[in-house]
Design a protein around this ligand. Structure first.
Ligand code: DC
Length: 220
């Protein structure tokens, strides 16, 4: 089985690149961030404090996550409800970052993620895929860009969707998530020693895609 691990900070373009690369290469795209987001969404709906490990841990037995793969695209079902779209909300990104720091949450998702890679060729993106989930991945990429570049791209995306926000707010959100994701005790975001660094601060979408595709093909 071939597995491509793509890790990196929020807003580096991991999911859009990963989705396109997987379709192009014929691999199944697995979005692990969506799984953390689904738990964040459940905790928010339950009115729990997402930073409270005990409160979130107590909810886990009530949560059943199913991943449905349709034409190589991932749909995520939370207790039977398709929450693929609902988990994309901005505030759910922060809730996901909060719940992802709790060891019980990470343990809860680990088997699901490994099982998905055991039976098919996957391109999996997240924060700890190359370091923890798939330490023997065929290719590991650490995809990053400066906080400024990521904030500018994210702002353009949000404004295009008609959301009211500004550069400072988006940058502050990105910096806070970077801090939380790199400073947690369990499986913090970091570049695996054998990961290839791809920095897209100064290159556009098409150039990033071509570079990533070339990098993957050179290593499988
Ligand atoms: O990639 P994303 O924005 O959808 O991820 C949401 C949050 O989930 C992110 O802030 C950190 C967490 N996450 C994680 O801890 N480990 C992963 N493999 C994927 C996401």
């Amino acid at each position: 089985m071939i597995s491509v691990a793509i890790d990196g900070p929020s807003g580096a373009g991991k999911s859009s690149m990963a989705r396109r690369l997987a379709a192009d290469l014929g691999y199944t795209y697995v979005d692990t961030g969506a799984m953390y987001r689904a738990i964040g969404l459940y905790a928010r709906r339950a009115g729990a404090d997402t930073k409270d490990a005990g409160a979130v841990g107590a909810l886990l037995p009530q949560i059943k996550l199913d991943i449905r793969l349709e034409d190589g695209a991932q749909h995520i079902l939370l207790n039977g409800e398709d929450v693929t779209e609902a988990v994309r909300a901005e505030d759910i990104g922060m809730a996901a970052s909060d719940v992802s720091a709790h060891p019980a949450v990470r343990a809860f998702l680990l088997d699901t993620q490994r099982n998905l890679a055991a039976s098919r060729d996957v391109l999996m993106d997240g924060r700890d895929i190359g370091t923890v989930v798939l330490p023997d991945a065929t290719v590991k990429i650490y995809l990053t860009a400066s906080a400024d570049a990521r904030a500018r791209r994210r702002l353009a995306e949000l404004l295009e969707k008609g959301k009211q926000t500004d550069y400072e707010t988006v940058l502050a959100d990105i910096e806070q998530r970077d801090y939380q994701d790199t400073h947690r005790a369990v499986a913090p975001l970091r570049q695996a020693e054998d990961a290839i660094l791809v920095d897209t601060s100064d290159i556009g979408i098409e150039e990033s895609f071509a570079l990533l595709k070339k990098t993957i093909l050179a290593h499988i």
